[in-house]
Design a protein around this ligand. Sequence first.
Ligand SMILES: N[C@@H](CCC(=O)N[C@@H](CS)C(=O)NCC(=O)O)C(=O)O
Length: 227
Amino acid sequence: MLFSRSIDCESVNRALSGGILDNTLMRPILYSYRRCPYAMRARMALKYANIDIEHREIELRNKPQSMLQVSPKGTVPVLCVGDLVLDQSIDIMHWALKKSDPDGWGDVDDIIAQAWIEKNDGPFKVLLDQYKYPNRFPELDQERVLRDAMELMLLPMEKSLQAHPYLLGHSLSWVDVAIFPFVRQFSMVNPEEFEGLPISATREWLAQHLESELFNAVMHKHPVWLD
Ligand SMILES: N[C@@H](CCC(=O)N[C@@H](CS)C(=O)NCC(=O)O)C(=O)O
């Protein structure tokens, strides 16, 4: 698994906090945004692995300097672990599972897993944004966007989920957790339309995740972090 660049995150935070060192600096710091699907997958993996983190809730329009200093690209989630900075959600998931994976979320075929993630984070995310923000894409035919999303992602998911309860087989894997927040977002754009789609197994899979203790545990509201 590839990790992101390593930057001396701890020393940046130490400098920002006026050089005061205490034990909290040893706790991984997660910069997060509650409704971000990438941050959700990271928070779920960290929670599942029982990793105690310092949660720093950000506002996308007013990102903290301490986050931008360690990860100038300015997206969440960002995890700082000592001098390691992980600023890709999938890297954070894998880092967490390497620490602890009690239910075997990682026991999957890496090539198949990667193919699902690439499809989700690449073309499906593009279609999701087009479906969610039609005003930003006035030239696009919304029916066509929905049809493309179905063909690309939702129908292949349905086929898998008709065959077994989880995307890659009979047990939950990190791939289900990584993809579910995006399908959730898709389902929320037009719930009535989503209800009518021929993807009953996918709806059931989504409902199971939405009701899960793990998901609900990572959706608590946090005050906004200020440097
Ligand atoms: N490839 C990144 C993507 C993360 C991402 O795009 N997060 C969005 C929020 S959902 C973000 O921070 N966008 C920056 C912004 O809106 O300013 C990952 O997997 O962590």
